[in-house]
Ligand binder design. Structure first.
Ligand code: SAH
Ligand code: SF4
Ligand code: F3S
Length: 487
């Protein structure tokens, strides 16, 4: 673990070591010294702001960046008027992309007042050549661009910029096509003291025909089970009681390890970690969800009773073109099996409306699955054309007005089904991990049930981080009002 690092043992008179993570600690130490100088000169620490777009993978990556920044001595601020601003970008849909350009533009006003300000861009969008070309062309205020594969090199990239004695003002661009290695034991912050995301694998091999993730996150690589267990044990020691295991398709965990281990095998190891109370995972691809895992979900004491099982479409015809490798019937059978093994499990999903060639019949099949599967929640997306994916060049792209109309219908059906679903837990007592004081309502706190429902109830900040029984009294869609139940 990084807090065991022997800083005195790092000799800055020597050239940086080649091996990782030692090389990064060398640059962190170099930057620490630089920051000490600045504190003496300015009488304050430099501030930093890390902004995250996209999914939980990106959130976790941002925590790693923040971990390095804090280690160097930066002070975190919520404002983009900071000495260092990082945008960790997403490109899964076009609008995620557009948002970023707008935000980089807005930084101009801050940089003109603070010319020493450093702007760094990273994440999935930076893996796209066209995006980087556009940044180079039109956003000269950006200092450093790097991708998803070399995030561990953050300290080195920052050092290249701020310790450049010539200060050439040139943009540093370092984006890799793919990565073989996984660098362990670098610092990481976390947003909540009591829960944390934990990467178990990186990349994706599935190439669903609409999706850009495999192109920007590279091929699937699993972390070694002993590294994962060690990280979680460290987190538990540090006060964490809930972990969210992260991967684009956790069900194919372990296939590329020297000693292959199934996802269930990994879960069995994690289940045994003393002091860990709750385990979640995401995302689970229906095509790889094994009977072994379903059986484990039925008997595990720590796995939360929630599974996110993206459907994408209810039409077997479209699922084939999407390259999802399951049919409507197989998906529904899977849902049935899961519910049989874990009767009160919450099932959530992702759905895309307007995939190329989607007919009214295909769309109705999706609505049919929503009714039949009885989702607790569904994230709905309008299909977005991603350059380089097979779907982008398919015939029959659906006109905007048709998609919009379908999307509205989809939302209505989702709202009705999920509201109905939420009613079923009313009056029940659920264990809630208390996350924060409710900012909108004085005297209330907010937490999550194992099924991942949000619950607001009367309480104070002393409850934060604890798991308490709460009676679910009133349902408001995907959240409840509850009452702390007696011990
Ligand atoms: N690995 C996860 C999902 C990652 S992306 C999985 O397979 O489930 C999150 C969601 O974004 C996907 O489930 C999908 O519903 C949606 N999505 C991905 N590409 C999209 C696109 N081109 N247009 C619209 N939605 C998309
Ligand atoms: Fe994208 Fe499919 Fe991989 Fe999920 S499994 S990240 S949807 S390609
Ligand atoms: Fe976006 Fe990258 Fe996640 S494209 S959804 S941040 S893997």
């Amino acid at each position: 673990m990084y807090n065991e690092i022997n800083w005195d043992g790092i000799d800055l008179q020597q050239p940086p070591p080649e091996e990782e993570p030692a090389r990064q600690y060398y640059f962190i130490k170099l930057l620490k010294g630089w920051m000490d100088g600045i504190i003496k000169e300015k009488g304050r620490k430099l501030s930093c702001c890390v902004n995250t777009f996209g999914c939980q993978m990106n959130s976790r990556d941002s925590e790693k960046i923040l971990g390095i920044l804090k280690c160097i001595g930066y002070e975190e601020t919520g404002s983009e008027n900071a000495d260092l601003v990082v945008f960790n970008t997403c490109t899964v849909r076009e609008n995620a992309n557009l948002k970023v350009y707008g935000r980089i533009g807005q930084l101009k006003k801050y940089k003109s007042k603070n010319p020493g300000m450093v702007i760094m861009l990273c994440g999935c969008m930076m893996q796209e050549k066209e995006a980087v070309a556009k940044i180079k062309r039109s956003y000269r205020n950006v200092d450093v661009v790097f991708g998803t594969h070399n995030i561990y090199k953050f300290a080195e990239l920052l050092a290249m910029k701020v310790l450049d004695s010539e200060d050439s003002g040139k943009m540093v661009v370092d984006v890799w096509e793919d990565a073989e290695i996984i660098v362990e034991n670098l610092p990481a912050e976390r947003k909540y003291p009591f829960k944390s995301g934990v990467n178990i694998m990186y990349g994706c091999n599935n190439f669903c025909s609409y999706c850009i993730v495999p192109y920007v996150r590279g091929r699937e690589r699993s972390r070694k089970p002993e590294d994962i267990v060690k990280e979680i044990e460290g987190l538990v020691k540090d006060g964490v009681s809930e972990v969210m295991l992260l991967g684009q398709n956790v069900n194919s965990y372990g296939k590329n390890l020297e000693e292959p281990l199934s996802f269930t095998g990994l879960l069995e190891k994690i289940e045994q970690i003393d002091g860990l109370r709750r385990i979640r995972f995401m995302t689970s691809h229906p095509k790889d969800l094994s009977d072994e895992l379903i059986e484990f979900m039925g008997r595990s004491e720590k796995l939360c009773k929630h599974i996110h099982l993206p459907l994408q479409s209810g039409s077997s015809r479209l699922l084939k073109i999407m390259n999802r490798h399951y049919t409507k019937e197989e998906y529904l059978l899977l849902v049935e099996k899961i519910r049989k093994a874990v009767p009160d499990i919450a099932i959530t999903t992702d759905i895309i409306a307007g995939f190329p060639g989607e007919t009214e019949e295909d769309f109705n099949e999706t609505l049919d699955v929503i009714e039949k599967a009885g989702y607790d929640n569904a994230f709905t997306f309008i299909y977005s054309k991603r350059t380089g994916t097979p779907a982008a060049t398919m015939d029959c792209q659906i006109p905007e007005n048709v998609v919009k109309e379908r999307f509205d219908r989809l939302l209505k059906v989702v709202h009705c089904t999920t509201a109905r679903k939420a009613e079923q837990y009313l009056g029940k007592i659920s264990d809630v991990l208390v996350e924060e004081v409710n900012a909108q309502e004085e005297g209330y706190v907010t937490g999550r049930t194992g099924q991942n429902y949000l619950v607001h109830f009367k309480g104070d900040k002393s409850l934060i981080g604890s798991i308490v029984p709460v009676k679910l009294c009133e349902s408001r869609g995907f959240y409840y009002y509850g009452e702390l139940a007696g011990e």
